[in-house]
Design a protein around this ligand. Structure first.
Ligand code: NAG
Ligand code: NAG
Ligand code: NAG
Length: 297
């Protein structure tokens, strides 16, 4: 509800109460190499959502106290810590009390899913994962916003040392590194992904909380050169023991172990795809495909 000022003649104004928007507040979580507020990325998406929903409240998460911390968090702050931080921020925000919709970009997609699974208040209604890596990655062909040499360094580190304890503690991308040739090692040593995917043990709270979502929408970029395999964006992954053939979600253990089968059979699990490289979508596509999901409840 907002006050709309109506002016009939210059000095005669009165106020009416009008429904500005029915859309729930929206929470955004940026990807690696990005921040809450860069004008060329999440800053402009925030504006777009505000405009298209007639001014709903949009919170673009900033992890830590400032933009530098926020940028670095995408590489160096353990997702468990980030998720806890976000849960606190959301719980403190009175505007979210009646629920919110959430959009995660790239790794922000799996992090927001962890928020849904671990923190049920305030209630998340629709979770939209745009290019998220729900079964992790095995490869990092290129890195947004990093120089070639930094990217090369990161890639080598992940291939060689991803499951070393200090790497798991200090490098975000290692926490969702998923080596299909060493599934057992992944399950035991991944310090984040195998936990939120109920692969170490089944946490019933995760299943219950995930099933409180009205919808879980996954967007896959058909020509993605950053996420390997790109099917991870739809919760698919390599069939264990090799790295070519893909096993889709509905044939993976996580489908039942996380209660995604229930969401799916209720029609609440939505698979969307869009042509383009990682996170390359037009505002026209966003307005036609994402905005309606935010305004329908
Ligand atoms: C926003 O306002 C316009 C003009 O009043 C209206 O046509 C449109 O349906 C509104 N959109 C939403 C999401 O409320
Ligand atoms: C299951 O997840 C909930 C929510 O994050 C957590 O409070 C609980 O400790 C977890 N259970 C176990 C056994 O780790
Ligand atoms: C993107 O991928 C799709 C599906 O594989 C393919 O049909 C399309 O031609 C590709 N587009 C570009 C621009 O490469």
């Amino acid at each position: 509800m907002t006050l709309i000022k109506n002016c009939i003649i210059l000095l005669f104004c009165y106020y009416t109460v009008a429904e500005s928007t029915d859309a729930l507040p929206v929470v955004l979580w940026h990807g690696m190499g990005d921040t809450c507020c860069f004008p060329f990325s999440l800053g402009s998406i925030k504006k777009l959502i505000e405009t298209e929903t007639n001014g709903t409240y949009v919170l673009s998460l900033k992890i830590g106290g400032n933009m530098v911390m926020d940028y670095e968090s995408g590489f160096f702050i353990h997702p468990d810590y980030q998720v806890r931080y976000v849960c606190d921020q959301l719980a403190k925000d009175e505007r979210l009390i009646n629920g919110y919709n959430a959009i995660g970009f790239s790794q922000g997609g799996q992090f927001l899913r962890a928020v849904a699974q671990r923190c049920s208040t305030p209630p998340m209604k629709t979770l939209i994962s745009i290019g998220g890596q729900h079964q992790g990655v095995f490869g990092l062909p290129s890195c947004p916003s990093l120089s070639n040499s930094a990217c090369e360094h990161l890639r080598k580190l992940l291939h060689r040392e991803a499951y070393k304890e200090w790497v798991q503690r200090n490098l975000v991308q290692a926490t969702y590194w998923h080596d299909p040739l060493n599934e057992e090692e992944y399950r035991q040593k991944s310090s984040f992904l195998s936990n939120i995917n109920n692969e170490v043990f089944i946490n019933q709270t995760y299943i219950d909380n995930l099933n409180k979502l009205e919808k879980f929408v996954m967007v896959l970029f058909l020509n993605d050169t950053i996420v390997q395999p790109k099917e991870s964006q739809w919760f698919g992954f390599y069939t264990p023991g090799q790295d070519e053939e893909i096993r889709p979600l509905n044939q993976s253990p996580v489908y039942e172990d996380l209660g995604l089968n229930q969401l799916d059979s209720d029609g609440r699990l939505v698979y969307l795809s869009v042509e383009g490289d990682h996170l390359q979508m037009t505002s026209k596509w966003f307005i036609e495909n994402i905005i309606p999901l935010l305004t329908e409840n």
